[in-house]
Design a protein around this ligand. Sequence first.
Ligand code: ZN
Length: 274
Amino acid sequence: MIIGAVTIWLFAWAILGLPDGKLRVWFLDIGQGDAILMRLPAGEWVMVDGGPDAKVLDWMGRIMPFYERRLELVINSHPHADHLNGLVEVLARYDVENLWISGVKYNYAGYQKMLEEAADAGTRIVYTSGKDARIGKVGFDLIYPQRSLQGEGMENVNNSSIVFRLIYAGQRIFFSGDLEEQKETELMRVNGLNLESDILKAGHHGSKTSNTEEFVRRIGPEYAVISCGVDNKFKHPFPGTLERFGRMGMTVYRTDLDGTVEVEIGEDLKITSS
Ligand SMILES: [Zn+2]
């Protein structure tokens, strides 16, 4: 009887876990930081940043079927602790095929640890260089940096953030890491750069130093997701950013208030929070 129930349960889990042609993106409620998990329509798992600590593992355990131990791709937008620390845990526990980084030089022990974990596990480290990529039917339109920053120092590593659009079934999600105003302005000067997107992962947790009006207008999103912690010491998001998004007619989701935000892209776009 018990064996029968377990078999049915395992079978149901296996069926539920089968790819269904939809792209799912979870902006995880991991406190102050960014951690975004995705399941591509053919079943591959991708992660963008891992948040400040091991909390990301709880979410992965809840969302991914227990037998899934492989991630096709992990992207670390930039090497600040609130984006990187959780990835060290992920690299140590999951089989990560590819790790994308800008290669920026930054003196932080956690950064070194992440690279060591990747090297130990045989993960392929790729320094992004603006070259677009594709996994199955999902496009990764790499916007910034346009060349590898390998070994280069930068005054503010927020401005080394890997910026890209995720494109599937005519829907586009804009990932901006913690890119700040100076680089937003620079990007707008690049000829022929298409930034248009339906959803914006707000820059730098909705801070005052990102999400300039002109930049957000160029993106023209209908929705924004702000990843930030409850009562965080940085006071993210900045009230002026929220006011701006509201004035631009955008619907805003926040991980501090809404919890984990799930985006599902299939025939249409669905956003829910839990
Ligand atoms: Zn950050």
